[in-house]
Structures are given as C-alpha cells and as structure tokens.
Design a protein around this ligand. Sequence first.
Ligand SMILES: CC(C)(COP(=O)(O)OP(=O)(O)OC[C@H]1O[C@@H](n2cnc3c(N)ncnc32)[C@H](O)[C@@H]1OP(=O)(O)O)[C@@H](O)C(=O)NCCC(=O)NCCS
Length: 175
Amino acid sequence: MNELLLCSPNKEHEKQALEYMQEHFSVGELVLHGASLLEKTDTYDDWLIHLEKTNNPQTTDPNWVTASTFFAVERVDKKIVGIIDIRHYLNDFLKGYGGHIGYGVRPSERRKGYATEILRLGLEYCNTINLTHIMLACYKDNTASVKTIVNNGGKFEKEFEYTDGKTVQVYWITL
Ligand SMILES: CC(C)(COP(=O)(O)OP(=O)(O)OC[C@H]1O[C@@H](n2cnc3c(N)ncnc32)[C@H](O)[C@@H]1OP(=O)(O)O)[C@@H](O)C(=O)NCCC(=O)NCCS
C-alpha cells in the first residue's frame, strides 16, 4: 500500500477522475460511493461547482447538507485510489441511512488496505471540523465496508431492513 493524501478535487484531476469513474462502470458499478454525484453530473466542471457550493454553508442546497469531498491520491505518483465524502451534519435522510461518511476505492486497488486508511484520514479531517460523533451505515453483507468501519473503531448500534429488503447496519465512531 502506498502513502495516501486527501485532496480537494480540482480541474487538474479531471482526466484521472473520469478514468476513475469509467473503471467502476467497466465492472458494472454504476453508482460511485462517496463521490457526491460525480456519476450523475453532466460535466466535471459542473461537479466542481456542485462541490464548491456544497462545501460552503452559505451556498449549500437546502435539500443537502454541507459536505467536504476528497480524492484519496497516492502521495508520490498522484494516482487517484479512492474518494470520501464527509457530511458535516445529518438531515433526516442521512439519519435514517447514509450517515456522515461515504467512501469508495477503485476496483483495481481494492483489498490493499486503502479504504481503512482513507477512512482514518477522513476521521482526521472530522476532528478539524469538530465532528466527533460520526455515524456510518452500510449493508450488512458489505463485509469490506463493515471491516473498514470496525478497523477504525466503529461500534455497532443497530441493524434494520432497508426499503430494498436488505439489512443495513449502523455504526458510530467517537473521536
Ligand atoms: C468497501 C470498499 C471501500 C473497501 O475497500 P478496500 O480498499 O478493498 O478495503 P480494505 O483493503 O481497507 O479492506 C478492509 C477489510 O475488508 C476486507 N475485504 C476487502 N474486500 C473484501 C471482500 N470483497 N470480501 C471480504 N472482505 C474484504 C479486507 O481483507 C480487510 O479486512 P481486514 O481488516 O480483516 O484485513 C470497496 O470494496 C468499495 O469501494 N466498494 C464499493 C463502494 C462501497 O461499498 N462503499 C462503502 C459503502 S457503505
């Protein structure tokens, strides 16, 4: 595993970001976790505008919550390995399912410990914004995500059946 840094997405990441997205599509993953709708936004420039608005409490869409999205990049060669989205507070939707943090790792870089490290780095950022009681939710059968959360001190709170019939588990991390 190479050393990672969290970076705010910018124009220089465009080519790599689109490759990152395509890599998910090529294995049939049409939803990108932790990517704040990158895959649903018309252009990369529009996505950067969306991130900037969402990161500022003054301009956050009333239906969204203020959030910070970061690429996890390799420190030396700057390759994008994953992405993480940190919501600064919860709305009703996020309280029910979603939680404070979403994340993903590109398919070719999985099972190397990166998600565990990305969440660790994300928690360091949480500390800087005084977010110290952090909800994480994932499907019970997403073993990799459950382990990522538990590896970072996640304590199981509850599980329930989601609208799709699958079991969702809720964990909390206290910093
Ligand atoms: C979940 C995800 C982020 C994990 O990324 P990752 O970089 O492979 O995770 P890690 O390498 O840090 O592995 C964490 C643990 O899960 C285990 N693991 C990883 N992939 C696994 C798999 N497919 N099946 C079982 N265990 C797995 C690892 O062995 C490791 O276990 P350990 O701590 O006992 O050593 C990645 O699979 C992903 O992006 N999935 C799609 C998006 C997603 O599900 N995001 C989370 C939504 S809640």
